[in-house]
Design a binder for this molecule. Structure first.
Ligand code: DGU
Ligand code: CA
Ligand code: CA
Length: 221
């Protein structure tokens, strides 16, 4: 975080010296004081805007009970958004949701949580610097992540500890690096994972508790 702030200041200076300022949007973050709700069936296009959490939502630490920056309702789409630090509890989904090109620069308590059952698809984007979980699945769902890059976390995906509902995880065309524990961890004997066309390195045990694993065309490096 510190490093990043320094970089932003530095690039501002350089841009100033060269007489050409960067577009305002590239550096300015909008501080969110109240969760932004993407209502049923609607699309929210952030057009690259960076958002951070105000203290009302949380500090992005491992403290539970923080609020999300975005709540995505059934049939809604969130796209082209950058979440900076602090990111509080990131994004919550309720039902079917599409999350396209969302970048978590510094994951808060976690990056995204499935709060209500549905098909959740994350396409494009990236997440890094998660102290523990990146994606948290709290309700039965089909959870698809594709064209996504994840670096430095505890677990890439975690099904709620102790839960036995079925989650179907699909990971395709991702790059996953430096997970302390696993790519997917579950306590449910019915949950499944299918991973294809994915590059991964230093991801701990890869699967913890997963009884049904399908892997094709992946590359460890
Ligand atoms: O202590 O239920 O981390 O949704 C256990 C909690 C925990 C959840 C989860 C989440 O698993 O709060 O963020
Ligand atoms: Ca948590
Ligand atoms: Ca959480």
């Amino acid at each position: 975080m510190k490093k990043l702030a320094g970089l932003v200041v530095l690039s501002g200076l350089v841009a100033g010296l060269c007489g050409q300022a960067f577009p305002e949007k590239a550096s300015a973050a909008e501080v969110v004081h109240q969760t932004i709700v993407v209502e049923k069936g609607k699309t929210y296009d952030g057009k690259g805007q960076r958002f951070t959490a105000g203290p009302e939502l949380g500090d992005g630490s491992q403290k539970e009970g923080q609020k999300p920056i975005f709540k995505v309702e059934d049939g809604a789409t969130l796209k082209n958004v950058v979440l900076g630090a602090p990111a509080a509890d990131g994004v919550h989904t309720y039902g079917n949701a599409s999350i396209n090109n969302v970048v978590w620069e510094d994951v808060g308590e976690d990056a995204l949580t499935v709060k209500q059952k549905g098909n959740v698809t994350i396409n494009g984007g990236s997440a890094r610097l998660a102290s523990d979980k990146i994606f948290q699945i709290n309700k039965a769902s089909t959870f698809t992540v594709k064209n996504f890059t994840a670096d430095q976390g505890g677990k890439f995906i975690r099904q709620l500890g102790g839960s036995t509902f079925k989650t179907s995880v699909v990971i395709d065309s991702c790059t996953i690096t430096n997970m302390k524990e696993a790519i997917f961890r579950t306590d449910s004997s019915t949950s499944t994972v299918t991973m294809t066309n994915t590059r991964y390195s230093n991801v701990g045990k890869k699967w913890i508790g997963v009884k049904h694993v399908t892997e094709k065309n992946n590359q460890e490096f």
